[in-house]
Design a protein around this ligand. Structure first.
Ligand SMILES: Nc1ncnc2c1ncn2[C@@H]1O[C@H](COP(=O)(O)OP(=O)(O)OP(=O)(O)O)[C@@H](O)[C@H]1O
Ligand SMILES: Nc1ccn([C@H]2C[C@H](O)[C@@H](COP(=O)(O)O)O2)c(=O)n1
Length: 245
């Protein structure tokens, strides 16, 4: 089940965005934790009038379901079975996060420490990934292929045929500082390192989100503001959409 809450919107003026109304435009953005994928992807989606797919939220929702149901995360087969059967409803409106599992709104809980600490165990299960990738591809199709999808493998596995494919990076120092600010400055450097660098190290054992695949454009946001990063992504999309039009 999915909940396509997105509606067609026109591009905001002054963004350099093409008049994409009605025309398919798939943008795929990958990168490590804290590189700015979610914030930037949502804003790019708004400006182009596209839907937004947070693939990480799907891994988090499955993790929440497994924890809620007492599924042993080290039991690969049980996690795959959960991936096949869990009752997910995920929206694709960049202005309204909507993640329901079996009628429960899990939007807040999937961002909490319990899920964040456990999610890599689910995300490193290759068979479960295959099930979730198929669901993500359905959501892209349901959007009429007018969507920004972000995660770790959207440029390479989920939407390798996207019109624009971007690897959004930032150095460790910038990513840790951003996550620290986002979390209200309550974590010390060691906790932040574990949350940002430690989780990436686990996730990187199954997907490559540190090197751009062929045809993928790298944007290093370490020294950029959010707005500059959004503009850099828009520039890539405009160039790529021009090529594919
Ligand atoms: N130049 C920048 N580009 C993008 N985000 C930035 C930038 N500078 C600061 N930020 C901030 O960094 C924080 C982390 O960004 P965000 O949550 O989008 O990262 P992410 O890559 O989606 O992380 P994760 O994969 O762990 O969910 C946000 O608060 C965002 O506003
Ligand atoms: N396409 C994806 C998206 C996410 N993951 C992993 C990486 C994280 O451990 C977890 C949650 O992602 P986040 O919300 O922090 O972006 O899911 C992945 O492996 N592939």
């Amino acid at each position: 089940m999915n909940t396509g809450t997105n509606t067609a919107r026109s591009a905001a003026p002054g963004t350099g965005a093409p008049a994409a109304a009605g025309r398919p435009l798939v943008v795929a953005i990958d990168g490590p934790s804290g590189s700015g994928k979610s914030s930037v992807s949502k804003e790019v989606a708004r400006r182009f009038g596209l839907a937004y797919l947070d693939t990480g939220a799907m891994y988090r929702a499955l993790t929440w379901w497994c924890l809620d149901r007492g599924v042993d995360l080290s039991d690969g087969g049980a996690v795959v079975e959960a991936a096949r059967s869990f009752p997910l409803a995920q929206g694709t409106d960049p202005d309204r996060e909507l993640v329901f599992v079996g009628g429960t709104d899990v939007g807040v809980e999937i961002r909490g420490a319990r899920v964040t600490e456990a999610v890599s165990a689910v995300a490193t299960n290759q068979a479960a990934r295959a099930v979730l990738v198929a669901r993500q591809q359905e959501l892209i199709a349901d959007s009429g292929r007018r969507i920004v999808a972000e995660g770790r493998d959207t440029t390479t596995v989920v939407a390798p045929d996207a019109d624009a494919r971007i690897l959004l990076t930032a150095d460790e120092r910038a990513r840790m500082a951003r996550r620290g600010l986002q979390n209200g400055g309550v974590e010390d450097a060691e906790q932040l390192r574990a949350r940002v660098v430690g989780r990436d190290a686990k996730d990187a054992t199954v997907v490559n989100f540190t090197e751009a695949a062929d045809g993928v454009v790298t944007i290093d946001s370490s020294e950029l503001t959010v707005e500059q990063t959004v503009q850099a992504v828009i520039d890539v999309v405009v160039r790529a959409a021009g090529r594919s039009a």
